[in-house]
Design a binder for this molecule. Sequence first.
Ligand code: SF4
Length: 205
Amino acid sequence: MVYCQGCPWRCGYCHNPHLLPSEAVGGIAWSEVLEFLRRRRGLLDAVVFSGGEPTAQPGLARAMRAVKALGYRIGLHSAGAYPRRFAEVLPLVDWVGFDAKAPFDATYERITGVRASGAAALASARSLLASGVDCEFRTTWHAGFLSLAELERLTGTLADLGVRRYALQEFRASGGVGFRPEAATVTADLDALQRRFPQFSLRRA
Ligand code: SF4
């Protein structure tokens, strides 16, 4: 896993708040990462670019090409904050874990703190589904930041868009704001949710 520095959004439940600023001290030089991957050839299969938001990196496509040239498969964790760069790297990627946070309207802004974030995420989600790249959509849930009605709306939209694999993840209070842990227990109608997607999983906290 390669953790990329920087994310333009500010979700209150972010588990990696130290990765949010675009600059930070103590990172590992990209040349060192490549050298490590050169040494591990044949021992590791894939490299997942995570974050932060990896598509915040102007050099993401170049970095992925370099990793691919070493024979690795490429994974990407993204919330789709930069639709253009997201679409640009899709042809290089073997698998995407897409973080779908809320219905793609003003609800998104309430979670990310950033205007029009829902439109950006929706554009990225559409290009991912159109690309045919293997993917999982996932949502982190806690009653304190997403109501069951909003979850219902989001999953309905994702099913309509053609999402086939979906995971609902209960919020784990290991970072960000201290939400009440008991309110992270998903109380939604799981059978109804499951019927929406050919593959559905619930990840308990
Ligand atoms: S999009 Fe992801 S990395 Fe960025 S603030 Fe939200 S949870 Fe954190």
